[in-house]
Design a protein around this ligand. Structure first.
Ligand code: EPU
Length: 341
């Protein structure tokens, strides 16, 4: 177990941060032993790929960084497979691998940074597909009792960028393995989001398949979402806010170019990137930290020594400016650690 571990390279926003204690268990059994030993003495925080977190300068207690690896085929019939993926597997490598096996279902979720273990926490989603559409269940370890439990998909209580693990039991579980159900046979591809269908139609006919869709999604993402390896960021920094029909109608009347999607509930989901751009924040990066010039929803860090305080100050100002102009309060998407600060 390391002490005073520098976490700057364990978070894709590249914020300066240190863990009081740090361990990177290779197996769930190692993690269970650490939890049994330390849970009563100090807080335990799980840190996966670090691609959806805002880390404070100091993380008290023990930070667990699961390194569990493994991809297991659990069952296969004529139409579907179920595959178990260890928490430390890199999400996009799994997506590429599953498509190479001829399994369909993850193509729309291509190029999302992070590890498999974190995917259920915020119910990763993109281009019309969410993890909830393919997840069958998962295994997790209780961070207080060190007991293992299997969760069904229903028990994960998935919602838009939300789950049981994010809202109802934050910081209480370490996810060790997720189980996904994928298709062996061709299913209609999900092309309904934005300009996906248009780009897909430009592929040669022989490439108009799940693998081709992955390439389209990768190209769309790369064009507007900065690669954390080149420009530190944590993806979308705010959720797209949901408003009542009356508020949507009033805003639409005042701002005819407002971008919004109708939800099954009859409410409207507003494009936070549009709101932030209108509020003057697109490409505005005071002190090197601010909103991306290609996609205003992504907070980027050009500075080499930025801290969570700097990020929080910018995020607060963006929220206030959007609220002043539109009366809509944006909710932060990445998790602030340690919790409760
Ligand atoms: N827009 C602007 N200005 C901007 C950015 C966006 O006007 O600077 C408007 C445009 O009209 C655009 C619309 O907003 O068409 C939607 O933008 P985009 O398609 O880029 O998607 P998003 O709503 O900004 C969401 C997810 C992304 C996901 C994409 C594609 C959230 C919080 N974000 O972004 O997820 O990749 O849709 O499905 O739901 C993430 O969670 O980290 C993430 C990147």
């Amino acid at each position: 177990m390391a002490q005073h571990q520098d976490l700057t390279h364990f978070n894709t926003l590249r914020l300066q941060s240190r863990a009081q204690y740090f361990a990177a268990p290779d197996t769930p059994a190692e993690a269970i032993a650490l939890i049994k030993q330390y849970a009563s003495q100090m807080p335990i925080t799980v840190l996966g790929g670090g691609s959806n977190v805002v880390l404070a300068a100091e993380l008290p207690g023990l930070v667990l960084h699961p390194q569990f690896k493994g991809r297991r085929l659990l069952r296969q019939d004529d139409t579907q497979v179920e595959v178990a993926l260890a928490a430390g597997e890199v999400w996009d490598q799994v997506v590429a691998w599953s498509l190479a096996q001829g399994w369909q279902g993850l193509e729309n979720l291509s190029l999302i940074p992070g590890h498999c273990g974190a995917a259920p926490v915020q119910n990763i989603g993109a281009y019309g597909v969410e993890l909830a559409d393919v997840l069958v269940g998962l295994t997790a370890i209780n961070l207080t009792t060190a007991e293992e439990k299997q969760f069904s998909a229903a028990e994960c209580d998935f919602a838009y960028r939300d789950s049981y693990f994010k809202s109802q039991a934050p910081g209480q579980w370490l996810i060790t393995e997720i189980v996904l159900r994928l298709n062996l046979q061709h299913q209609p591809l999900k092309l309904g989001y934005g300009d996906v269908a248009e780009h897909f139609a430009q592929l040669p006919v022989g490439k108009q398949n799940a693998q081709g869709l992955r390439e389209v999604i990768c190209a769309i993402r790369s064009a507007k979402l900065p690669d954390p390896a080149n420009l530190p960021n944590a993806g979308s920094f705010f959720k797209n806010p949901v408003v009542k029909t009356s508020q949507y109608q009033a805003l639409k009347q005042q701002y005819p170019t407002l971008v919004a999607y109708t939800l099954a509930s009859g409410e409207y989901k507003l494009a936070a990137g549009w709101l932030i751009e209108q509020a003057g924040w697109k490409g505005h990066q005071p002190g090197g930290v601010g909103m991306h010039s290609q996609q205003a929803l992504v907070l980027v860090n050009h500075s080499h020594n930025a801290t969570a305080e700097q990020v929080n100050a910018v995020a607060e100002q963006v929220r206030r400016d959007v609220f002043t102009q539109f009366g809509v309060w944006l909710e932060q998407e990445p998790l602030a650690l340690p919790r409760g600060l």
